[in-house]
Design a binder for this molecule. Structure first.
Ligand code: NAD
Length: 478
């Protein structure tokens, strides 16, 4: 018996949750359920996060959470509950299987069977954003070694457990050599421990194009947060429908399972909605809590139901479908087929499924870190970089000379092009050519001189070498 937390959510949530739970129960899932309220009602009662303290306690105690979609009220500064839950509970892995059900659900990709494993906590989703000048805002992209190691190891362990053949990594490390570069490097470090799996890396742009065009070329695909957010929806849609896909959010302690679609308020209360997405989430949950046999029985009955042409309105197609049914009837059709296997679609076997255990992250010993220089960002409304170089150059010291100015990353001084468009956000790099380390005092001197000269410094970034290796990007065009 496993005790889980269930939230029925908003819109079509209660209907699809009831349908899902009735199928799990009929299949013999050993579940004890604690129900909590999250979402619209909680938001509108004045709780900006959409969840109460008592509900948090229950989720944290049970550790396994099956959640129906919720409605986030428009405007008014309500926080996305999904993002909050993922980050508060450290649910670092988002797993979305996207499989086509050809010829029973329309798709251009009859042989597609891809699992997107998306990093779920960091990247641009750290939500650290600032306006810095009249013209420029920024969002910090944070990629960490533990974040990369956990998600990449999870992707490999998942591939091995589910008998997958290949793990592909998508990044843009030809441009983002530090952040995406780390993700790719960790992928290359982890891969040799899984010699039974084929591995490959694609630059995200051409990789995404290939995924949209020839998804059967991919198996498990692991990627940083933003790319995974976009491409997991693309993958689900081209497999047949976002309405059919479930997702698992996995952490070291807790896990949350859900459909990938929203609360579809316009369909609510009419016994119309397709419960398949949430059911797919629930099947991943059963595998996670060691009830693989039940998971397998439910999945095969679901495949058989789809194959028998018993379809809800969203996937109903004249000539292919046999029967248009509502939410409840669809659930009953699955229950009626428990114990049966599909004949045309491939039956699943989850014999060895269990929660995937990863090695605990071990922090590596710190390496020597040297401060080599500083980037000082300046808000300046002028247009001629020569003029700024003169002003900012006056701040330089013999230890810390001005070496370069860039605007939106492109070098504009020395020897810039007059064609380069410039905003009011300038990066002034102070970096001695000697490669000799500087001190924080050198930076403070520059900043205090800038204050005296009324130069509007908006932030600094220290330029480091780690283990003797320069650990910052060059200016574009440098
Ligand atoms: P949606 O996914 O709710 O609906 C998109 C379209 O798909 C609609 O036409 C809808 O009728 C249809 N659809 C979705 N699920 C279906 C199902 N199970 N069966 C049949 N048809 C289905 O997306 P939306 O309209 O952009 O968002 C509605 C609300 O859901 C918003 O408040 C949004 O914030 C929320 N949302 C919640 C989650 C979540 O809780 N995980 C995810 C996405 C959106």
């Amino acid at each position: 018996m496993t005790r889980i937390t269930v939230a029925k959510g908003d819109g079509i949530g209660p209907e699809i949750m009831d349908a899902t739970l009735s199928i799990l129960q009929a299949a013999g899932a050993q579940l004890e359920i604690d129900e909590i309220q999250v979402g619209e009602q909680v938001y509108l009662a004045g709780n900006m996060s959409g969840i109460s303290a008592e509900s948090w306690d229950i989720i944290r105690r049970n550790k396994v959470f099956l959640k129906a979609p919720i409605t986030t009220p428009q405007g008014g500064g309500y926080k996305s509950l999904n993002v909050t839950i993922r980050k508060m509970l450290g649910l670092y892995a988002n797993v979305r299987p996207c499989m086509s059900l050809h010829p029973f659900v329309k798709t251009k990709h009859p042989n597609m069977d891809v699992v997107i494993v998306r990093e779920n906590e960091e990247d641009l989703y750290a939500g650290i954003e600032h306006q810095q000048t009249d013209e420029v805002v920024q969002c910090l992209k944070l990629i960490s070694r533990p974040g990369c190691e956990k998600i990449v190891q999870y992707a490999f362990a998942y591939a091995r457990q589910y008998g997958r053949k290949k793990v592909t990594c998508f990044t843009k490390d030809n441009i983002m050599k530090q952040t995406d570069g780390l993700f790719h490097r960790v992928f290359d470090e982890v891969a040799p421990a899984f010699p039974d799996l084929e591995t490959e890396h694609w630059i995200i742009d051409i990789g995404a194009a290939k995924l949209a065009d020839t998804p059967e070329a991919f198996d498990v695909v692991v990627m940083p947060n933003l790319y995974g957010d976009v491409l997991s929806d693309v993958a689900a849609q081209i497999a047949g429908s976002v309405g059919l896909a479930g997702s698992a959010n996995i952490g070291e302690e807790c896990a949350m399972f859900e459909a990938i679609h929203g609360s579809a308020p316009r369909r609510a209360g009419q016994n119309l909605a397709n419960p398949s997405g949430l059911l797919q989430g629930a099947i991943m949950m059963l595998n996670h809590i060691g009830q693989a046999e039940v998971a397998e029985r439910v999945q095969n009955a679901w495949l058989k139901t789809i194959e028998d042409g018993v379809h809800t309105y969203d996937i109903y197609k004249e000539g292919v479908s046999q029967q248009k049914v509502g939410t409840k009837e669809f659930a009953q059709a699955i229950i009626d087929r428990l114990g049966q296997q599909p004949g045309i679609l491939k039956p699943v076997s989850y014999a060895n499924s269990q929660a995937i255990e990863l090695p605990v992250y071990e922090r590596k010993p710190a390496v020597a870190k040297e401060l080599l220089g500083v980037d000082v960002f300046v808000h300046w409304a002028g247009t001629d970089p020569e003029e700024l170089a003169q002003q900012v150059g006056a701040l330089a010291t013999p230890e810390l000379p001005l070496s370069m100015i860039t605007n939106r990353g492109i070098k504009v001084w020395p020897n810039g092009f007059k064609e380069t468009f410039c905003t009011d956000h300038w990066r002034c790099r102070f970096l001695p050519q000697t490669g000799k380390p500087i001190s924080k005092q050198d930076i403070i001197q520059i900043l205090s001189k800038a204050a005296e000269h009324n130069i509007d410094t908006i932030k600094t970034e220290n330029l480091y070498a780690f283990a003797g290796k320069q650990a910052f990007s060059m200016g574009q065009g440098q």
